[in-house]
Ligand binder design. Structure first.
Ligand code: ATP
Ligand code: MG
Length: 578
């Protein structure tokens, strides 16, 4: 491609809404354009890179036994009612109606649609296993679309679904997908690690997320340097402090004026935060909205943890068995009049008409201090079992840097990652709901064992930019670069330079080296700047020494350039690209 003929619009300024490098550079390099919040159009360079990522995915999926299909993003609501997810998915599900009032969703994922195909077309064990995949647009009406392609409302996803006769078969399908994912992200040039993860709205009984390591990632992970434990903080199990064996002391109400926080109470009473009990108040809503589409109040929930701990909201909603959008922090006045608690002075003794959920650790601790459910008062020496009990006792702790590894006890390390893919064991969750069955050799009927596997294709492109850029722009790995080589001609009106550039251009394309020829009538500074922004991995400059058969060879990721005889430069390019 000759750059003078191409429509490529780079931006000199950082677009106002772009905060993270991938968002900034993909816009500045003219790779994509915003259509509306969380929705993007891809221009030539961006689309070429996306197609390359897709091609890598396709090759590895096919090699792992996947069969590519394409289902419509328009999915009938009936299927979502059958699976029970019409309610669970909440406002993130992009809903629409046709002219007859029939309801649909724009697919955020496709378990229902693909399971529906399988239930209609599979009846014998002989047809299994099956692994179907597709690469297409997905829709999620995210509460806060942000960071460009990292969290958008329309994005490209590769989703696959495996169907096996039993768990043993599923294990093989899962292992093949796990290996394919490792190859895909390696070929895309990412630094990543698989970590154990929560299942979220997809459900099922186990999953792993592939995290591209990056400080701008929205996923927190913890890992152990001693054993190989690695998990999202959403999932990572907390380790309870050893039970306290001291004697229980009598309850004692104390005056604690205006001490509403754990820090204030602990310092006022001369206690450590570990000797206090933290209360968190929540309002839980009905799963099915009323006629006006509003979610009505269902119950109040009060959670208790040791004072120095943070709550893990994912563990809380999993323990309550509800979806994320059905819970929020309660209005202190409303919950106070219903349950007897007082905001800032809430404790477990004397609470009523609410569900109490306790972190497993507090059951073994003695003589804790918590609010007295009276303004400006706290109660000392509260003991689980003697003074209060909970409706649910479970691990609610948010685990972080320095906490004990749940496997070996070593202090954990924390890091941030971008979730580029996730693989799930679904078991029979969808096959049971939708009735996807097969008959075995004895004609006995069984539910099909399922797995599902997603990759955020557009998010992967952003993750590569996050990991691979500098102050001048993107640095694409060769495998997914929009073009391999940029041929920068210093003087477009110089006949010798034109002749050499043209012959290189032809030689490269003939050999399959995708080359952009910058023969624009622009100053060299502008050309070099653009080449850096685009991030094309190899730059060959045809300039003053063209007559001597010498060109400049430069890798985007390195600072120095070298003068090389043309044949040597060509050889280097071939060695890197082909
Ligand atoms: P997240 O936790 O980031 O919201 P998720 O766990 O809900 O993602 P999955 O249902 O596992 O997402 O979807 C499969 C893949 O699709 C994810 O691993 C991610 O790479 C990508 N993805 C999900 N949501 C978005 C989004 N809003 N924008 C871009 N990519 C996304
Ligand atoms: Mg996920």
């Amino acid at each position: 491609m000759k750059l003078s003929k191409a429509h490529i619009h780079t931006l000199r300024e950082v677009p106002g809404e772009a905060e993270v490098p991938s968002h900034i550079w993909l816009l500045r390099a003219g790779m994509m354009r915003k259509t509306v919040s969380g929705v993007y159009s891809f221009m030539q360079f961006g689309w070429r890179t996306l197609r390359k990522i897709e091609e890598i995915i396709r090759q590895e999926m096919d090699a792992a036994g996947g069969q590519e299909i394409s289902t419509s993003p328009i999915q009938p609501a009936e299927l979502w009612h059958e699976s029970g997810r019409w309610g669970v998915y909440g406002p993130e599900l992009w809903r629409l109606k046709d002219r007859h009032g029939r309801e649909f969703a724009l697919g955020p994922t496709a378990e229902e649609v693909v399971t529906d195909i399988i239930r209609n077309e599979v009846d014998s064990w002989r047809q299994l296993p099956i692994n179907l995949y597709q690469i297409q647009l997905k829709y999620r009406d995210e509460a806060r679309p942000r960071y460009g392609l990292m969290r958008s409302r329309e994005f490209i996803m590769k989703d696959s679904y495996s169907f096996d006769r039993d768990e043993e078969g599923f294990e093989k399908s899962y292992a093949a997908m796990r290996e394919a994912y490792t190859k895909i992200f390696t070929r895309c040039g990412l630094t990543f690690r698989p970590v154990a993860a929560d299942n979220g709205a997809i459900g099922g009984s186990g999953s792993e997320e592939f995290m591209a390591m990056s400080d701008v990632g929205e996923s927190d992970i913890v890992y152990c340097e001693k054993c190989d434990m690695a998990a999202t903080t959403e999932l990572a199990a907390g380790v309870d402090a050893a039970p306290d064996v001291t004697e229980m002391l009598p309850l004692e109400d104390v005056l604690t004026p205006a001490t509403k926080t754990i820090e204030a109470v602990a310092s006022y009473l001369g206690l450590s935060k570990e000797q206090t009990l933290k209360a968190l108040l929540f309002d839980v809503y009905n799963e099915v909205p009323n006629a006006k589409g509003e979610y009505e109040h269902k119950e109040y929930v009060v959670a208790f943890l040791r004072g120095d701990r943070e709550i893990n909201k994912v563990k809380l909603i999993n323990a309550l068995g509800i979806a994320e959008h059905l819970i929020e922090f309660a209005d202190e006045v409303k919950i106070g009049s219903a349950t007897g608690c007082v905001g800032g002075f809430t404790g477990p003794v004397g609470l009523h008409d609410c569900r109490i959920i306790a972190d497993s650790e507090v059951v073994g601790l003695k003589n804790l201090c918590a609010g007295a459910n009276k303004v400006d008062h706290h109660t000392k020496n509260i003991n689980y079992g003697r003074d209060w009990t909970a409706d649910i006792v479970t691990d609610l702790k948010l685990v972080g840097e320095g906490d004990a590894c749940p496997v070996c006890g070593n202090p954990l390390r924390a890091a941030r990652g971008i979730e580029v893919g996730q693989i799930f064991h679904l078991g029979a969750k969808y096959s049971a709901k939708l009735g996807a069955k097969y008959r075995d050799e004895k004609q006995e009927e069984h539910l099909i064992e399922m797995g599902c596997y997603g990759i955020g294709v557009t998010r992967t492109m952003a993750a590569v930019v996050e990991q691979s850029h500098d102050e001048n722009g993107i640095i694409w790995p060769i495998s997914i670069a929009p073009y391999h080589v940029i041929l920068t001609q210093m003087k477009p009106d110089d006949a010798v330079q034109t002749e050499l550039a043209e012959s290189l251009y032809k030689q490269f394309w003939d050999a399959g080296v995708e080359t952009v020829w910058d023969e624009r009538d622009e100053r060299p500074g502008v050309k070099f700047k653009d080449a850096d922004i685009f991030g094309i991995p190899i730059r060959i400059t045809v300039g003053k020494k063209a007559a001597e058969g010498i060109v400049e060879f430069k890798l985007r990721r390195e600072k120095e350039n070298e003068e090389l005889p043309v044949a040597e430069a060509v050889e280097r390019v071939f060695a890197l690209v082909i």
